[in-house]
Design a protein around this ligand. Structure first.
Ligand SMILES: [Zn+2]
Length: 415
Protein backbone atom coordinates (compact mmCIF):
# COMPACT_ATOMS: atom_id res chain seq x y z
CA UNK A 1 0.00 0.00 0.00
CA UNK A 2 2.90 2.35 0.69
CA UNK A 3 3.81 2.25 -2.98
CA UNK A 4 0.49 3.94 -3.78
CA UNK A 5 2.06 7.30 -2.98
CA UNK A 6 4.34 6.90 -5.97
CA UNK A 7 1.74 5.48 -8.35
CA UNK A 8 0.01 7.75 -10.82
CA UNK A 9 -3.48 8.70 -9.68
CA UNK A 10 -6.51 9.25 -11.87
CA UNK A 11 -9.14 11.38 -10.16
CA UNK A 12 -12.17 10.97 -12.38
CA UNK A 13 -15.93 11.48 -12.54
CA UNK A 14 -15.45 15.08 -11.35
CA UNK A 15 -18.75 16.93 -11.78
CA UNK A 16 -17.11 20.37 -11.80
CA UNK A 17 -13.36 20.97 -11.95
CA UNK A 18 -12.06 24.45 -11.15
CA UNK A 19 -8.70 24.78 -12.94
CA UNK A 20 -8.14 28.55 -12.73
CA UNK A 21 -6.78 28.37 -16.27
CA UNK A 22 -8.91 31.12 -17.79
CA UNK A 23 -11.01 30.25 -20.83
CA UNK A 24 -13.63 32.29 -22.70
CA UNK A 25 -14.21 34.85 -19.99
CA UNK A 26 -14.23 32.27 -17.19
CA UNK A 27 -11.25 32.99 -14.91
CA UNK A 28 -11.98 29.76 -13.01
CA UNK A 29 -11.46 27.66 -16.16
CA UNK A 30 -14.37 25.42 -15.26
CA UNK A 31 -14.53 21.90 -16.75
CA UNK A 32 -17.53 19.59 -16.39
CA UNK A 33 -17.44 15.77 -16.26
CA UNK A 34 -13.70 16.05 -15.92
CA UNK A 35 -10.67 14.04 -14.83
CA UNK A 36 -7.20 14.83 -13.50
CA UNK A 37 -4.15 12.61 -13.94
CA UNK A 38 -1.43 13.00 -11.29
CA UNK A 39 2.13 11.73 -11.67
CA UNK A 40 5.18 12.29 -9.47
CA UNK A 41 3.28 14.78 -7.34
CA UNK A 42 2.42 16.98 -10.30
CA UNK A 43 -0.63 17.45 -12.49
CA UNK A 44 0.09 15.43 -15.65
CA UNK A 45 -3.14 16.02 -17.53
CA UNK A 46 -6.63 17.53 -17.15
CA UNK A 47 -9.63 17.23 -19.43
CA UNK A 48 -12.86 15.39 -20.14
CA UNK A 49 -13.36 12.14 -18.25
CA UNK A 50 -14.15 10.61 -21.66
CA UNK A 51 -10.72 11.44 -23.03
CA UNK A 52 -8.26 10.29 -20.38
CA UNK A 53 -4.89 9.21 -21.80
CA UNK A 54 -4.05 5.51 -21.25
CA UNK A 55 -2.89 5.14 -17.65
CA UNK A 56 -3.08 1.44 -16.75
CA UNK A 57 -0.95 1.77 -13.59
CA UNK A 58 -2.98 4.58 -12.10
CA UNK A 59 -4.82 4.36 -8.83
CA UNK A 60 -8.36 5.38 -9.81
CA UNK A 61 -10.29 7.64 -7.43
CA UNK A 62 -13.95 8.23 -8.26
CA UNK A 63 -15.09 11.75 -7.33
CA UNK A 64 -18.72 10.64 -7.57
CA UNK A 65 -19.76 13.70 -9.58
CA UNK A 66 -18.51 16.08 -6.89
CA UNK A 67 -16.55 19.31 -7.35
CA UNK A 68 -12.75 19.55 -7.26
CA UNK A 69 -10.84 22.79 -6.73
CA UNK A 70 -7.15 23.67 -6.32
CA UNK A 71 -5.93 23.54 -2.71
CA UNK A 72 -6.39 26.85 -0.93
CA UNK A 73 -3.39 29.20 -0.82
CA UNK A 74 -3.53 31.06 2.51
CA UNK A 75 -1.06 33.87 1.87
CA UNK A 76 -1.31 35.59 5.27
CA UNK A 77 -1.11 33.86 8.66
CA UNK A 78 0.61 34.26 12.02
CA UNK A 79 0.58 30.61 13.11
CA UNK A 80 3.58 30.55 15.49
CA UNK A 81 2.65 31.94 18.90
CA UNK A 82 2.13 31.10 22.56
CA UNK A 83 -1.03 31.54 24.65
CA UNK A 84 -4.38 32.74 23.42
CA UNK A 85 -6.50 35.86 23.84
CA UNK A 86 -9.97 34.49 24.40
CA UNK A 87 -10.56 36.96 27.23
CA UNK A 88 -9.61 39.90 25.03
CA UNK A 89 -12.05 38.60 22.40
CA UNK A 90 -14.81 38.29 24.97
CA UNK A 91 -14.11 41.82 26.21
CA UNK A 92 -14.18 43.18 22.69
CA UNK A 93 -17.50 41.46 22.02
CA UNK A 94 -18.71 43.22 25.16
CA UNK A 95 -18.00 46.55 23.49
CA UNK A 96 -14.28 47.31 23.81
CA UNK A 97 -12.62 48.57 20.58
CA UNK A 98 -9.69 46.54 19.15
CA UNK A 99 -6.28 48.24 19.32
CA UNK A 100 -3.02 46.93 17.86
CA UNK A 101 -1.38 46.92 21.31
CA UNK A 102 -3.03 43.59 22.12
CA UNK A 103 -0.23 41.96 20.14
CA UNK A 104 2.09 42.52 23.11
CA UNK A 105 0.08 40.04 25.18
CA UNK A 106 0.96 37.31 22.70
CA UNK A 107 4.58 38.48 22.56
CA UNK A 108 4.97 37.81 26.30
CA UNK A 109 3.41 34.33 26.01
CA UNK A 110 5.48 33.48 22.94
CA UNK A 111 8.80 34.52 24.49
CA UNK A 112 7.99 32.36 27.52
CA UNK A 113 7.11 29.26 25.46
CA UNK A 114 9.65 26.52 24.70
CA UNK A 115 10.49 25.46 21.16
CA UNK A 116 8.68 22.18 21.75
CA UNK A 117 5.55 23.96 22.92
CA UNK A 118 5.57 26.28 19.93
CA UNK A 119 6.28 23.42 17.52
CA UNK A 120 3.41 21.31 18.89
CA UNK A 121 0.96 24.19 18.67
CA UNK A 122 2.12 25.04 15.16
CA UNK A 123 1.70 21.41 14.08
CA UNK A 124 -1.85 21.40 15.40
CA UNK A 125 -2.72 24.58 13.52
CA UNK A 126 -1.12 23.28 10.34
CA UNK A 127 -3.18 20.09 10.62
CA UNK A 128 -6.26 22.26 11.14
CA UNK A 129 -5.47 24.24 7.96
CA UNK A 130 -4.90 21.10 5.91
CA UNK A 131 -8.11 19.46 7.06
CA UNK A 132 -9.94 22.50 5.70
CA UNK A 133 -8.29 22.32 2.31
CA UNK A 134 -5.32 24.67 2.64
CA UNK A 135 -2.28 23.21 0.87
CA UNK A 136 -0.01 26.28 0.81
CA UNK A 137 0.38 28.61 3.77
CA UNK A 138 2.48 31.68 4.46
CA UNK A 139 3.56 32.09 8.09
CA UNK A 140 4.88 35.27 9.68
CA UNK A 141 7.13 35.86 12.66
CA UNK A 142 6.26 38.90 14.75
CA UNK A 143 5.45 37.64 18.23
CA UNK A 144 9.09 37.61 19.34
CA UNK A 145 10.19 41.20 18.72
CA UNK A 146 13.67 40.39 19.99
CA UNK A 147 16.49 38.89 17.95
CA UNK A 148 16.55 35.44 19.54
CA UNK A 149 12.79 34.88 19.54
CA UNK A 150 12.23 36.21 16.02
CA UNK A 151 14.90 33.79 14.82
CA UNK A 152 13.23 30.92 16.72
CA UNK A 153 9.86 31.70 15.15
CA UNK A 154 11.32 31.86 11.64
CA UNK A 155 13.13 28.54 12.13
CA UNK A 156 9.97 26.84 13.40
CA UNK A 157 7.87 28.24 10.55
CA UNK A 158 10.47 27.08 8.03
CA UNK A 159 10.00 23.53 9.31
CA UNK A 160 6.48 23.51 7.86
CA UNK A 161 6.48 25.99 4.94
CA UNK A 162 8.74 27.61 2.37
CA UNK A 163 6.71 30.81 2.67
CA UNK A 164 8.19 32.39 5.81
CA UNK A 165 7.84 36.11 6.40
CA UNK A 166 9.96 38.18 8.79
CA UNK A 167 7.63 40.53 10.66
CA UNK A 168 9.91 41.98 13.33
CA UNK A 169 8.10 45.24 12.54
CA UNK A 170 4.74 43.98 13.80
CA UNK A 171 4.59 46.47 16.66
CA UNK A 172 7.35 48.27 18.57
CA UNK A 173 8.84 45.85 21.12
CA UNK A 174 7.82 46.70 24.70
CA UNK A 175 11.47 47.37 25.64
CA UNK A 176 11.53 50.12 23.02
CA UNK A 177 8.35 51.97 24.01
CA UNK A 178 8.81 55.64 22.99
CA UNK A 179 11.97 54.66 21.08
CA UNK A 180 10.39 53.42 17.88
CA UNK A 181 13.18 54.64 15.60
CA UNK A 182 15.73 52.75 17.70
CA UNK A 183 13.58 49.63 17.42
CA UNK A 184 13.45 50.06 13.64
CA UNK A 185 17.25 50.20 13.66
CA UNK A 186 17.32 46.87 15.51
CA UNK A 187 14.82 45.33 13.07
CA UNK A 188 16.74 46.52 10.01
CA UNK A 189 20.11 45.64 11.53
CA UNK A 190 20.97 42.62 13.66
CA UNK A 191 17.44 41.18 13.70
CA UNK A 192 17.13 41.19 9.90
CA UNK A 193 20.59 39.73 9.44
CA UNK A 194 19.76 36.94 11.90
CA UNK A 195 16.31 36.07 10.54
CA UNK A 196 16.77 36.60 6.79
CA UNK A 197 18.43 33.20 6.16
CA UNK A 198 15.19 31.53 7.34
CA UNK A 199 12.75 33.81 5.48
CA UNK A 200 11.55 34.57 1.96
CA UNK A 201 9.63 37.77 2.70
CA UNK A 202 9.70 40.88 4.88
CA UNK A 203 6.54 42.57 6.12
CA UNK A 204 5.69 45.67 8.17
CA UNK A 205 2.54 46.85 9.95
CA UNK A 206 2.18 50.36 8.49
CA UNK A 207 -0.60 51.80 10.65
CA UNK A 208 -1.28 54.28 13.46
CA UNK A 209 -0.17 52.51 16.63
CA UNK A 210 2.44 50.47 14.75
CA UNK A 211 4.91 52.01 12.25
CA UNK A 212 4.85 55.27 10.28
CA UNK A 213 5.31 55.41 6.53
CA UNK A 214 8.95 56.48 6.91
CA UNK A 215 9.71 53.74 9.41
CA UNK A 216 7.93 51.23 7.17
CA UNK A 217 9.98 52.38 4.20
CA UNK A 218 13.20 51.79 6.16
CA UNK A 219 12.10 48.27 7.09
CA UNK A 220 11.06 47.29 3.57
CA UNK A 221 14.16 48.80 1.93
CA UNK A 222 16.43 46.93 4.32
CA UNK A 223 14.56 43.68 3.70
CA UNK A 224 14.81 44.08 -0.04
CA UNK A 225 18.54 44.81 0.26
CA UNK A 226 18.84 41.54 2.20
CA UNK A 227 17.21 39.67 -0.68
CA UNK A 228 13.70 39.32 0.74
CA UNK A 229 10.46 39.95 -1.13
CA UNK A 230 8.16 42.67 0.18
CA UNK A 231 4.67 42.49 1.70
CA UNK A 232 2.80 45.10 3.75
CA UNK A 233 0.06 45.21 6.40
CA UNK A 234 -1.76 48.44 5.54
CA UNK A 235 -4.97 50.44 5.68
CA UNK A 236 -6.56 48.12 8.24
CA UNK A 237 -7.73 50.48 10.97
CA UNK A 238 -7.94 53.69 8.97
CA UNK A 239 -6.83 55.54 5.84
CA UNK A 240 -3.06 55.67 5.52
CA UNK A 241 0.13 55.27 3.54
CA UNK A 242 0.44 51.47 3.46
CA UNK A 243 -1.07 50.86 0.03
CA UNK A 244 0.81 53.72 -1.64
CA UNK A 245 4.09 52.56 -0.15
CA UNK A 246 3.48 48.93 -1.15
CA UNK A 247 2.75 49.88 -4.75
CA UNK A 248 5.68 52.30 -4.92
CA UNK A 249 8.10 49.64 -3.71
CA UNK A 250 6.65 46.87 -5.87
CA UNK A 251 5.35 44.73 -3.00
CA UNK A 252 3.89 41.35 -3.92
CA UNK A 253 0.87 42.14 -1.76
CA UNK A 254 -0.65 44.70 0.55
CA UNK A 255 -2.92 43.11 3.08
CA UNK A 256 -6.12 44.31 4.82
CA UNK A 257 -7.05 47.24 2.46
CA UNK A 258 -10.15 48.05 4.50
CA UNK A 259 -9.86 51.84 4.26
CA UNK A 260 -8.90 52.90 0.73
CA UNK A 261 -8.85 56.31 -0.94
CA UNK A 262 -9.68 56.45 -4.65
CA UNK A 263 -5.98 57.05 -5.30
CA UNK A 264 -5.11 53.81 -3.47
CA UNK A 265 -7.51 51.83 -5.64
CA UNK A 266 -6.15 53.44 -8.81
CA UNK A 267 -2.57 52.75 -7.75
CA UNK A 268 -3.35 49.09 -7.06
CA UNK A 269 -5.15 48.72 -10.38
CA UNK A 270 -2.12 50.03 -12.25
CA UNK A 271 0.30 47.74 -10.39
CA UNK A 272 0.99 44.04 -9.99
CA UNK A 273 0.61 44.32 -6.21
CA UNK A 274 -2.18 42.05 -5.00
CA UNK A 275 -4.77 43.39 -2.55
CA UNK A 276 -5.20 40.66 0.05
CA UNK A 277 -8.44 40.90 1.98
CA UNK A 278 -8.73 39.29 5.42
CA UNK A 279 -12.41 39.21 6.34
CA UNK A 280 -11.81 37.02 9.40
CA UNK A 281 -10.45 40.17 11.03
CA UNK A 282 -13.53 42.27 10.42
CA UNK A 283 -15.72 39.37 11.47
CA UNK A 284 -13.79 38.89 14.73
CA UNK A 285 -13.41 42.58 15.56
CA UNK A 286 -16.80 43.87 14.39
CA UNK A 287 -15.15 46.32 12.01
CA UNK A 288 -16.47 47.31 8.57
CA UNK A 289 -15.52 44.85 5.82
CA UNK A 290 -13.28 45.89 2.90
CA UNK A 291 -15.14 46.59 -0.35
CA UNK A 292 -13.97 43.82 -2.64
CA UNK A 293 -16.45 44.82 -5.35
CA UNK A 294 -14.87 48.27 -5.65
CA UNK A 295 -11.41 46.69 -6.08
CA UNK A 296 -12.54 44.07 -8.59
CA UNK A 297 -14.48 46.60 -10.65
CA UNK A 298 -11.34 48.75 -10.81
CA UNK A 299 -9.31 45.81 -12.11
CA UNK A 300 -7.31 45.09 -8.95
CA UNK A 301 -6.13 41.51 -8.35
CA UNK A 302 -7.71 40.36 -5.09
CA UNK A 303 -6.66 37.52 -2.78
CA UNK A 304 -8.43 36.17 0.28
CA UNK A 305 -6.49 34.93 3.32
CA UNK A 306 -7.27 34.00 6.91
CA UNK A 307 -4.80 36.20 8.85
CA UNK A 308 -5.03 33.38 11.40
CA UNK A 309 -3.68 34.86 14.66
CA UNK A 310 -4.72 34.75 18.30
CA UNK A 311 -5.79 38.40 18.53
CA UNK A 312 -7.89 39.59 15.63
CA UNK A 313 -8.80 36.48 13.60
CA UNK A 314 -8.35 33.14 15.33
CA UNK A 315 -9.64 31.05 12.44
CA UNK A 316 -7.75 29.10 9.79
CA UNK A 317 -10.85 28.46 7.68
CA UNK A 318 -10.55 29.51 4.05
CA UNK A 319 -14.13 28.34 3.36
CA UNK A 320 -15.25 30.85 6.01
CA UNK A 321 -13.28 33.61 4.22
CA UNK A 322 -15.07 32.70 0.98
CA UNK A 323 -18.48 32.80 2.66
CA UNK A 324 -17.75 36.18 4.27
CA UNK A 325 -16.37 37.64 1.03
CA UNK A 326 -19.53 36.65 -0.80
CA UNK A 327 -21.99 37.64 1.92
CA UNK A 328 -20.32 40.84 3.12
CA UNK A 329 -17.88 42.11 0.48
CA UNK A 330 -19.71 41.92 -2.84
CA UNK A 331 -17.78 39.04 -4.38
CA UNK A 332 -19.44 36.33 -6.45
CA UNK A 333 -18.82 32.76 -5.27
CA UNK A 334 -16.51 32.13 -8.24
CA UNK A 335 -14.53 35.32 -7.61
CA UNK A 336 -14.09 34.36 -3.98
CA UNK A 337 -12.92 30.81 -4.75
CA UNK A 338 -10.48 32.20 -7.33
CA UNK A 339 -9.17 34.75 -4.78
CA UNK A 340 -8.64 32.01 -2.17
CA UNK A 341 -6.65 29.85 -4.60
CA UNK A 342 -5.15 31.60 -7.63
CA UNK A 343 -5.28 35.00 -5.88
CA UNK A 344 -3.28 33.68 -2.95
CA UNK A 345 -0.75 32.20 -5.36
CA UNK A 346 -0.34 35.59 -7.07
CA UNK A 347 0.13 37.21 -3.68
CA UNK A 348 3.03 34.83 -3.08
CA UNK A 349 4.30 35.20 -6.67
CA UNK A 350 3.81 31.48 -7.21
CA UNK A 351 2.77 29.86 -10.49
CA UNK A 352 2.98 26.22 -9.34
CA UNK A 353 0.03 26.37 -6.91
CA UNK A 354 -3.52 27.73 -7.07
CA UNK A 355 -4.09 26.14 -10.50
CA UNK A 356 -4.90 22.67 -11.81
CA UNK A 357 -2.82 22.54 -14.96
CA UNK A 358 -0.11 20.26 -16.33
CA UNK A 359 3.14 20.87 -14.48
CA UNK A 360 1.53 22.43 -11.41
CA UNK A 361 1.74 20.77 -8.02
CA UNK A 362 -1.00 18.20 -7.50
CA UNK A 363 -2.67 20.13 -4.66
CA UNK A 364 -6.34 19.23 -4.91
CA UNK A 365 -9.47 19.44 -2.78
CA UNK A 366 -12.48 17.19 -3.33
CA UNK A 367 -15.60 18.92 -2.04
CA UNK A 368 -18.63 17.15 -0.68
CA UNK A 369 -20.69 19.29 -3.05
CA UNK A 370 -21.56 19.39 -6.75
CA UNK A 371 -20.14 22.89 -7.34
CA UNK A 372 -17.73 25.40 -5.75
CA UNK A 373 -20.69 27.73 -5.14
CA UNK A 374 -21.55 25.55 -2.16
CA UNK A 375 -18.50 26.91 -0.28
CA UNK A 376 -20.43 30.18 0.11
CA UNK A 377 -23.94 28.76 -0.15
CA UNK A 378 -23.42 26.37 2.81
CA UNK A 379 -21.41 28.47 5.31
CA UNK A 380 -19.99 26.66 8.30
CA UNK A 381 -20.55 23.21 6.84
CA UNK A 382 -17.40 21.04 6.51
CA UNK A 383 -17.48 20.43 2.76
CA UNK A 384 -13.81 19.47 2.36
CA UNK A 385 -13.94 15.72 1.79
CA UNK A 386 -10.38 14.90 0.73
CA UNK A 387 -7.16 16.87 0.31
CA UNK A 388 -4.08 15.99 -1.75
CA UNK A 389 -0.78 17.83 -1.38
CA UNK A 390 1.89 17.06 -3.99
CA UNK A 391 -0.28 14.14 -5.08
CA UNK A 392 -0.49 12.57 -1.63
CA UNK A 393 -3.71 12.40 0.28
CA UNK A 394 -3.27 14.24 3.56
CA UNK A 395 -3.97 12.51 6.84
CA UNK A 396 -7.32 13.23 8.34
CA UNK A 397 -8.93 13.88 4.98
CA UNK A 398 -11.28 11.27 3.60
CA UNK A 399 -11.63 7.62 4.44
CA UNK A 400 -10.76 6.03 1.12
CA UNK A 401 -9.26 2.57 1.04
CA UNK A 402 -5.85 2.21 -0.52
CA UNK A 403 -4.69 5.73 0.32
CA UNK A 404 -1.24 6.30 1.83
CA UNK A 405 -2.47 7.85 5.04
CA UNK A 406 0.07 6.32 7.41
CA UNK A 407 2.98 7.03 5.13
CA UNK A 408 1.91 10.66 4.85
CA UNK A 409 1.68 10.90 8.63
CA UNK A 410 5.20 9.58 9.05
CA UNK A 411 6.62 11.89 6.41
CA UNK A 412 4.62 15.11 6.22
CA UNK A 413 5.14 17.27 3.15
CA UNK A 414 6.72 20.66 3.74
CA UNK A 415 4.61 23.67 2.83
ZN1 LIG B 1 -1.63 39.90 9.79
Amino acid sequence: MAADADRPMLLTNIGELTTNVAVDGDPCGTLRDAAVLVHDGLIAWTGSADAVPPSPDALVVDAGGRAVIPGFVDSHTHLVFGGDRAEEFAARMAGERYAAGGIRTTVAATRAASDDDLRDRLAALVAECRAQGTTTVEIKTGYGLDVATERRLARLAAEVTDEVTFLGAHVVAPEYADRADEYVSLVTGVMLATVAPHARWIDVFCEDGAFTAEQSRRVLAAGRAAGLGIRVHGNQLGFGDGVGLAVELGAAAVDHCTYLADADVAALAASDTVATLLPGVEFSTRQPYPDARRLLDAGVTVALASDCNPGSSYTSSMPLMIALAVREMGMTPSEAVWAATAGGARALRRTDVGVVAPGARADLVLLDAPTRVHLAYRPGVPLVRRVWKDGRQLPGSGTAQGQPTMRALANPPVW
